[in-house]
Write a protein that binds this ligand. Structure first.
Ligand code: ZN
Length: 249
């Protein structure tokens, strides 16, 4: 016969008060007890947020994909080791912490203590490295799944004459190669805040739809996937679906 702690009844009562009807099926799963309480804390944070920016940030950082990077094995050789400053800024941005001194950006806008302007600034060099890193990760993931792929393939043009970001050299599905185009949009940009403060990933999904329109002409010969992500870590619908396919490839 198993022993029962004399505090069990009291603990259950306190838990049920905080999380009505959420008691775990398995009393011995610490994860299940914690999940219900963490969901409560998150909801309280979202409900008490005082600005659309805070709400959008909380919604985005609480998506599953926004924390994938925390599960990556830190390795210098495969590019997953973050230096101290990068890690500090990354965590600070997600927490909405004060991470820098206010100053004037060379675009003329004021950069506040939270550092969000740099994520949306049209003159920020970070936009290019984010885009390049994103495509590098997609290509390496395909290669790891034994699907050789190249970046910026020649001979394929979208409606505005630009090239897609990448293409597989072997068929991906239905005898057709995969062509992808990736984009990273800012969750907190003025142009997106109206939708991102309501649901996570909506700016990325919107960007993916815009990409689909630009690539309408190649969809008959290729499987086209727009891969939209946001600066606060949430992904678009197509990116999530492609990632699922890639995991089972
Ligand atoms: Zn700027």
């Amino acid at each position: 016969m198993s022993e029962t702690s004399s505090y069990l009844a009291e603990a259950r009562e306190a838990f049920n008060l905080a999380c009505p009807s959420k008691e775990p099926v398995s009393l011995f799963s610490q994860r299940q007890w914690d999940d219900a309480l963490c969901a409560n804390v998150l909801q309280e944070l979202i409900n008490s947020s005082t600005s659309a920016k805070d709400r959008a940030r909380l919604l985005a950082v609480s998506t599953r994909e926004s924390s994938y990077w925390l599960q990556a094995l830190p390795s210098k050789h495969i590019g997953t080791l973050l230096d101290h400053l990068t890690l500090t800024i990354t965590v600070g941005l997600r927490l909405g912490a004060r991470i820098q001194q206010p100053h004037l950006c060379h675009c003329g806008e004021t950069v506040d203590v939270y550092g969000h302007h740099s994520l949306a600034c049209a003159k920020s060099a970070g936009r290019f490295s984010r885009h390049a890193s994103l495509n590098g990760v997609i290509r390496r993931s395909l290669v790891t799944a034994k699907v050789p792929a190249v970046l910026e393939p020649n001979g394929l043009a979208r409606s505005d004459g630009k090239r897609p970001d990448g293409m597989t050299l072997v068929p991906w599905k239905q005898g057709r190669s995969l062509v992808w185009d990736a984009t990273c949009v800012d969750t907190l940009a003025l142009s997106h805040i109206q939708v991102t403060s309501v649901a996570a990933g909506t700016a990325a999904t919107k960007a993916e739809r815009a990409k689909r329109r630009k690539y309408e002409n190649i969809e008959n010969n290729f499987i086209f996937v727009p891969f939209g992500v946001e600066t606060m870590g949430s992904w678009g619908e197509d990116a999530r679906s492609f990632f699922k396919d890639l995991r089972s490839a």
